[in-house]
Design a protein around this ligand. Sequence first.
Ligand code: PR8
Length: 468
Amino acid sequence: MSEFSEWFHNILEEAEIIDTRYPIKGMHVWQPQGFKIRKYALSLLKEILDEDHEEVLFPMLIPEDELAKEAIHVKGFEEEVYWVTHGGLTPLNKKLALRPTSETAMYPMFALWVRSHTDLPMKFYQVVNTFRYETKHTRPLIRVREITTFKEAHTIHADSEGASQQVERAIEIYSSFFDQLGIPYVVTKRPEWDKFPGADYTMAFDTLLPDGKTLQIGTVHNLGQTFARTFDITYETAEGEHEYVYQTCYGLSDRVIASIIGIHGDSSGLNLPPAVAPYQIVIVPVLFKKTAQEVLDFCNQLKDKIKKAGLRVHLDDRDIRAGKKYYGWEMRGVPLRLEIGPRDIENKKMVVVRRDTLEKEIIDYNEETLINDLNNILGNITQNLKTKAWENFQDNIRPAETLEEAKNIITDEQGIVSFLWCGDESCGKEIEEYVNVDILGVKEEATEGKCIKCGKDARNVALLAKTY
Ligand code: PR8
């Protein structure tokens, strides 16, 4: 197990995020702390999606014949599907699949819903659990067999431009979501051999975990008319003709939470962006016998004031050593700790400890500006986490001019390698084989230069990396 893997597993357990002892491989239990982080992350995303998508909820089971209708799609998923074969003791006439994703659950219904060009575009999303019998090594939150927070969006358009614009819009949506969490990413167009089964093309977000491997944290697929033809999703044009629709879909999973934990965390444990922290502020009273009641009363009032302002605050008045409290809240990643003793109250001061820097600062306690001051510090923490994460990410993208150099970077430093590529599949496969890692995809068009493998004119700037 790598050092990071060990750290990751330990922190999931110690901070009570996920219990991995559930007796099915790849299926885990969200514990209260983890569930809260998940809830707050989800609400950030929903806020953006709700602007122009509608939330729906489809059944978890998909009839075998619907799942099998789209040949390329089913080929991509056939080895990963869990099947329900019996109802009680009775064998079912038609096997039912546990959704690995919901195209084949939704699209037969879309064929009924879409009527006229005036209905379009339609944009839906659902947040559900999906099941994939992953054969690669499973890891909590990162590669699971039950994806518990699958956030999948599906859109329907009258023309091809509508679909490709939606792909761009989805990239903006996910970028803004990851930005709020300070998760750095690169967006690439996946190579042909790595696109979503049934898609015309796939755009993917990759981030980098501390062990130097990239993690695909989100994907946006342009489905063109492939599924529309298979499921007969048509609309009537203004001229009364019937045309197939164009579609997109895009999705995120629990990997978002893995990234928050892995990217911002450090040797003291979690380091949570305020937006998703179950407690954003913890107040620790410094208690001495004589003044204990006075300090507790003050801290209780402080807590109420902060809570009223909409911040998530906790007063830790347990009768244990302060040091133990500090350790515990740092490990759980609470962004801000306020330490308050009798002298601070007298002097109108507070000791403030930021989790991101672990620095202690004494600030004035000013009744009037208190909430503003706290919000400013929390805002600074968010910004600082993001800046640090992006700096590290960018430092780990290195250009290579030869295959040998690419291989050395991957072996010695890991991270992401950028290189020039002609774009041919055969060349790409040879590059992957030589370097022994995957091509993530194309980042942008190349304006000059030669392919790192064949020496022909390069069409693309592409990235490769060891991936999860
Ligand atoms: C779609 N259909 O399904 P996608 N464990 C954790 N996260 C995972 C796993 C796993 N086993 N497999 C995939 N992901 C489309 C889009 C509806 C929505 C995450 O796309 O198969 C990856 O981050 O690419 C992936 O980018 C995302 O789910 C969407 O899955």
